[in-house]
Design a protein around this ligand. Structure first.
Ligand SMILES: *Cc1c(COP(=O)(O)O)cnc(C)c1O
Length: 426
């Protein structure tokens, strides 16, 4: 082996994986077991006391999941990762380590519709208060900071319009406030954007989308950048104070730059329970092997489809950061030079009715609530994912009544354009 550091495509295939030591199996096996035999009583005690790393029970960790965790940590440039059952589970587990009842976190207003619901309603019942800020107005994040602020949450490429967030500017606000910046990197994937390189302290993903990539398995992951000092300011007792569950150890003191990932595993996943099935971990690992190839094709197709739509007479406007005329094009060139992703919106001159009609006429595009599948997908957010919001909030979050969202797949772009042409024209 040379001293070269492996490149992204090599890591996507190899990071975290070795031939199976007992069988020689080259693909990562599915360790479909709930529990693992201890070597002896001392070994068992040291595993339970966090003095040794090893497998105990699949709710806390599993060897198939561990390969996935190492691989995504390597692709994102983090120190460690924790795989969980879904993207939403990742968000709960992250915030559980940071928030006490009555605390606040600041979130960008442009988010996945499910995250808006989770933050507004489910988290309120835990006593966690979300304060919204506008990702196009960095000062709105600064104004939202209070002594109870514990984190800032943004999407790198934001739902639903595929807008690009100025991660570095918001990271500066987070640093000044002494709180971690959490970036949901689902729509970009680390192939397009690595938020840790731009100042993120924690990265979360719905693995369900581009990382798994085939629309067949739910999963989520948390990546620890290892950059945040959890002891400064005494704001994060879960990380800095002695833990009664583990003989009084302090997680940051014991685990240093991967303490956050450990907290998520031993305080979050262990106690809340949203473990990822090893079968899903296997499916997602297989998906990640082709991430660079798929992501480039997704982006190239999305650009061609966006260009076609921008020239169509029934289309009022297209929001795709990869178009030179788009207001996010400068940010796209800086943060996502390989492509601006494959999820974007456009609006129809015919308004709400035209949106509903288009969705029903498309044949190759599947009408469903997902993104990041090999297949091309379409949805009308105002009547589905964002229907819970009032009209003003719909428009503010980029899901007005005339807006249609696409997730462009990896089919032949000519076929995708022909499908849109027949549906728009007919
Ligand atoms: C889908 C999605 C989520 C939620 O992930 P699940 O795996 O569905 O729980 C969170 N954030 C973004 C950006 C998403 O697209």
């Amino acid at each position: 082996m040379s001293d070269r550091l492996p490149g992204f495509a090599t890591l996507a295939v190899h990071a975290g994986a070795q031939p199976d030591p007992t069988t020689g199996a080259r693909a990562t096996p599915i360790y479909q077991t709930t529990s693992f035999v201890f070597n002896d009583a001392d070994h068992a005690a040291s595993l339970f006391g966090l003095q040794a790393f090893g497998n105990i029970y699949t709710r806390i960790g599993n060897p198939t999941n561990a390969v996935l965790e190492e691989r995504v940590a390597a692709l994102e440039g983090g120190t460690a990762a924790l795989a969980v059952a879904s993207g939403h589970a990742a968000q709960v587990v992250v915030l559980q380590q940071l928030m006490q009842p009555g605390d606040e976190f600041i979130a960008a207003r442009k988010l996945y519709g499910g995250s808006i619901n989770q933050f507004t309603h489910a988290f309120k019942s835990f006593g966690w208060n979300v304060v919204w800020a506008d990702p196009d107005d960095i000062a709105s994040f600064e104004r939202a900071v209070t002594p109870r602020t514990k984190a800032i949450f943004i999407e790198s490429i934001a739902n639903p319009a595929g807008s690009i967030t100025d991660i570095e500017a918001i990271s500066t606000v987070a640093r000044k406030a002494g709180v971690p910046l959490i970036v949901d990197n689902t729509l970009a994937s680390p192939y397009l954007i690595r938020p840790i390189d731009h100042g993120a302290d924690i990265v979360v993903h719905s693995l369900t989308k581009f990382l798994g990539g085939h629309g067949n398995s739910l999963g989520g992951i948390i990546v620890d950048a290892g950059t945040f000092d959890w002891s400064a300011g005494g704001k994060y007792p879960m990380l800095s104070e002695p833990r009664p569950e583990y003989h009084g150890i302090r997680l940051q003191e014991t685990f240093g730059n991967f303490a956050f990932a450990i907290a998520c595993r031993v305080l979050g996943l262990r106690d809340l329970g949203p473990a990822l099935s090893p079968f899903n971990a296997f499916m997602i690992l297989t998906g990640i092997e082709t991430l660079p190839l798929r992501m480039q094709k997704h982006c190239d197709n999305a650009k061609a489809v966006a260009e076609f739509l921008a020239g169509h007479p029934a289309v009022a406007s297209v929001s795709y950061a990869g178009l030179p005329s788009d207001k996010y094009n400068q940010l796209a060139r800086k943060y996502a030079p390989k492509g601006a992703g494959a999820v974007f919106t456009f609006s129809l001159k015919g308004g709400y009715d035209a949106g509903v009609s288009l969705v029903s006429k498309l044949q190759l595009f599947s009408h469903l609530a997902n993104v990041g599948d090999t297949r091309s997908l379409v949805i009308h957010p105002a009547s589905t994912t964002h229907s819970q919001l009032d009209d003003a909030a719909k428009i503010k979050s980029g899901a007005g009544p005339d807006v249609v969202r696409l997730s462009v797949g990896i089919e032949d772009k000519e076929d995708l354009i022909a499908d849109l042409e027949q549906a728009l024209g007919a």
